[in-house]
Design a binder for this molecule. Structure first.
Ligand code: SAH
Ligand code: F3S
Length: 482
């Protein structure tokens, strides 16, 4: 269940290989979605060239960077608390330390950040990381620095990210940036700008490099991967203006996924996130056709009520979503499906909430990431709708959704009992140093006794037991993916 790193892996500080001769120390931590963690690897790569090695010790850092999330109020509060902590360290132990804010909060709050939080020296939006060397110069000379310009074409396709805190097996590769969907509750289109796709060749080269270094599983990353479209550069919304030649040679997500799967048959591929309105049938056929493309689709729906979906500006009805689910189940039997759900969106009634619960029953999601609605300043919902569902009602509905998902997940996990599954070993099990932990194609975590296997091996495992979210079994041999 690695999609939203969010509350679970929040605040991981990152370790980087030392580059000889670098003397300055960078402490960088990331909050929020996988894209932020991936961006921090790009930032670390840029700063390595500026003389920085990373440290996990705040007290010795010359530069502290925090990559921030604005998706819910709570995410922003967490960052504010971290700034207090930096402040305390700066005042008591490390007066020379400089602090920069990156990511979505930087973009949302802009110069307001410099006014509100005296500790902050530098504010850098998600498209401005290549400007870091200039901004740092400003800071070193004692001036505050800010760049929050959103770009039409920045994809960082030419930067090879350093892999921070990596297990050497799983890696994210970003393929699109920004989002054009304008869901009325969501701050992302404002903080990450308009949607643009990265050149396929640079994606393939990054995968090749990861393969050469022994990585075994890639997650292709974007706010809305199914909307991927490369036609020679530029914004997705300007595709209409492309030449006939550009259109004829354009590459969409199904093609990109197929290219990747074909070229790297022993590498496993996942992708995140899909938006129902943009998911095309061809993608489903690619998943079905290639064993190395995982049988797992994260397909956020947000609500089971057509009326609420309309208020959210999601471009599909409940029924259309159900048809898509039917199609997935027909084309990829056994495919795992997960959801994002929001409870207590403005005007949500008890009946709408019941529609959400019944949709969950219908789909039988394997996992879910569920949230109470949090009003975000500047979004259409904040401007046009009153946040009128009382907090206790939001929370009660959230609990009902979480409880139902738990029941469904337990049933879904149990379907693998007594089956043989293929596990890619990722790391040692948290609970036992005698067991490996990995995931199956359907994204379920599986643990089994280590024997002579090692991380990075694809192993066939006979499932003998399970909890609601984890399979337990015994290895019976290597799979043909090795
Ligand atoms: N397409 C993105 C979605 C980003 S936001 C992706 O790559 O995952 C992740 C999830 O956060 C959304 O699907 C939604 O369920 C939730 N979310 C977004 N805005 C929210 C808000 N204002 N309040 C509560 N949850 C929200
Ligand atoms: Fe946000 Fe909707 Fe895009 S949830 S990231 S505006 S698809």
């Amino acid at each position: 269940m690695e999609k939203e790193i969010d509350e679970k892996r929040q605040g991981t500080s990152l370790v980087l290989q030392e580059k000889e001769g670098n003397t300055k120390k960078l402490f960088i931590e990331s909050y929020g979605c996988a894209m932020n963690f991936s961006d921090s690897e790009i930032v670390a790569s840029i700063l390595t060239e500026q003389g920085y090695n990373t440290t996990q010790n705040l007290e010795e850092a010359d530069l502290v960077l925090v990559n921030t999330c604005s998706i819910r109020d709570k995410a922003e509060m967490t960052v504010r608390k971290r700034l207090e902590k930096y402040n305390a360290v700066k005042r008591s132990i490390n007066p020379g330390m400089k602090v920069g804010v990156l990511g979505c909060m930087a973009e949302r709050l802009k110069s307001q950040f410099l006014e509100e939080e005296k500790i902050v020296d530098m504010v850098v939006g998600p498209d401005a990381y290549k400007d870091l060397p200039n901004l740092l110069k400003e800071v070193e000379e004692g001036r505050d620095a800010i760049n929050v310009i959103l770009s039409k074409d920045e994809t960082y396709g030419d930067i090879s990210p350093v892999r921070l805190n990596s297990n050497g097996i799983n890696a994210f590769v970003s393929i699109t940036r920004g989002c054009d969907n304008m869901c009325t509750f969501c701050v992302v289109p404002f903080t990450r700008g308009r949607e643009r796709s990265r050149e396929p060749q640079s994606i393939i080269e990054e995968i090749q490099d990861l393969w050469d270094r022994g990585f075994k599983e890639i997650c292709l990353l974007g706010q809305n991967v199914d909307s991927y479209l490369w036609y020679g550069g530029g914004l997705k919304k300007d595709y209409d203006k492309a030449t006939e030649m550009q259109k004829a040679t354009a590459v969409d997500f199904a093609q990109l996924l197929e290219m990747s799967a074909k070229q790297f048959p022993k590498m496993r591929f996942r992708f995140s996130t899909s938006n129902p309105q943009d998911m095309h049938e061809e993608v489903l056929h690619v998943i079905a056709k290639y064993d190395n493309v995982c049988n797992y689709i994260h397909l956020p729906v947000q609500s089971g009520s057509t009326r609420i979906l309309k208020e959210m500006n999601r471009q599909h009805t409940r029924e259309e979503y159900m048809e898509l689910i039917d199609k997935i189940k027909r084309i990829i039997p056994g495919c795992s499906i997960s959801q994002d759900m929001i409870t207590g969106f403005p005007t949500e009634t008890e009946e709408d909430h019941q529609d959400t619960l019944s949709l969950m029953e219908y789909v039988q999601y394997d996992f879910g990431y569920m949230f109470a609605y949090s009003e975000r300043p500047g979004t259409l919902a904040a401007r046009k709708m009153e946040d009128d569902v009382p907090e206790p009602v939001k929370m009660r509905r959230l609990q009902e959704v979480v409880d139902l998902q738990q029941d469904i997940s337990a049933k879904r996990t149990a379907r693998f009992l007594n089956q043989t599954v293929e596990v890619l070993i990722e790391k040692e099990s948290k609970k036992s140093d005698a067991h490996w932990s990995g995931r199956i194609s359907e994204n379920v975590v599986t643990v089994f006794p280590k024997e002579n296997y090692k991380p990075g091996d694809f192993v066939l495992v006979k499932v003998t037991d399970c909890t609601s979210a984890t399979l337990i079994g015994e290895a019976i041999g290597y799979s043909s993916m090795n």
